[in-house]
Write a protein that binds this ligand. Structure first.
Ligand SMILES: Nc1ncnc2c1ncn2[C@@H]1O[C@H](COP(=O)(O)OP(=O)(O)OP(=O)(O)O)[C@@H](O)[C@H]1O
Length: 261
């Protein structure tokens, strides 16, 4: 694995506001997250600094409990760090109170889960536009159809989830995420529930979105899935311990087995 290069943020003395860098979509600056449990404190993240570049596809890997989901939740503004800063699209999430953070998250960030979280009673089109309707915004029909187009499902707008395959349902979930034109698309094990062929289509879709300028950050356990990314970030025990760029599945699997030893 390549040794970690120091990012511009890591080089800044503590307390220095980061220099705005338009090429960075998400900057994590010294992120720690401690949970208090009955058996004591759990240090899920211990000083993670990393810059996710705009228009790139990053896979986050690491052994179970290494902090992957915590990192994703914090980068996506779904959880707050105990220490450190998260800067998304130039906005310091720590400076936002809860209502403003919620608004920022709704307009700038999107999350795709392993279980597609679609409502069976609604068509694909209505699932895509539901968050906007719940937020009291007018439905942008053209934008919803464009999102369906981008995931290759324009012809299936009127289908309900039960009339779609698992892979198609996940692509509807991705279309729902894209509808708001997010700065970053986060995905937690998006292919975890899919068969190999459907998983490959979803990964090819995420790859093509990044090629078209969308920033994508995905947690995965699967070296094959991670090989679609530009960069693989490895976590162990709450720390970033390495990264690989444009690596093939065998190289990624070897790096993972070294971490799990
Ligand atoms: N809400 C919580 N309360 C207490 N401990 C937590 C909480 N959330 C996560 N943890 C702990 O933080 C550590 C990191 O958890 P996290 O879910 O981020 O790991 P992960 O790498 O995503 O694991 P997995 O691959 O198994 O999903 C683990 O030890 C976990 O038990």
């Amino acid at each position: 694995m390549t040794p970690r290069p120091r990012t511009p943020l890591a080089a800044a003395p503590p307390g220095t506001p980061p220099a705005p860098d338009a090429t960075i979509a998400v900057a994590l600056d010294g992120i720690s997250r401690t949970f208090r449990s009955r058996s004591g404190e759990v240090h899920a993240l211990r000083g993670v600094t990393h810059a996710f570049r705009r228009g790139t596809f990053t896979a986050v890997m690491g052994p179970s409990g290494s902090g992957k989901s915590t990192l994703l939740q914090i980068a996506a503004g779904l959880d707050r760090p105990s220490r450190g800063r998260v800067i998304v699209d130039g906005t310091d999430l720590g400076a936002l109170d809860q209502p403003r953070l919620t608004r920022f998250r709704r307009t700038s960030l999107a999350f795709v889960f392993q279980s597609y979280n679609l409502l069976d009673a609604l068509t694909a089109f209505d699932n895509i536009t539901l968050p906007a309707r719940l937020a009291g915004r007018q439905v942008d029909r053209a934008a919803a159809l464009d999102a369906l187009d981008r995931v290759g499902l324009r012809g299936l707008a009127r289908r309900r989830p039960t009339e779609l395959s698992g892979g198609q349902q996940q692509r509807v979930a991705i279309a729902r995420a894209l509808y708001g034109r997010p700065a970053v698309l986060f995905a937690d094990e998006p292919t975890g529930a899919l068969d190999r062929a459907s998983g490959r289509m979803v990964l090819e879709l995420l790859r093509s979105l990044a090629d078209a300028g969308q920033t994508v950050v995905m947690v995965t356990h699967d070296p094959l899935a991670a090989s679609y990314a530009d960069e693989v970030l490895f976590l162990a025990d709450g720390r970033v311990v390495g990264q690989l760029r444009h690596a093939d599945p065998a190289r990624i699997a070897t790096a993972m087995s070294e971490l799990e030893r």
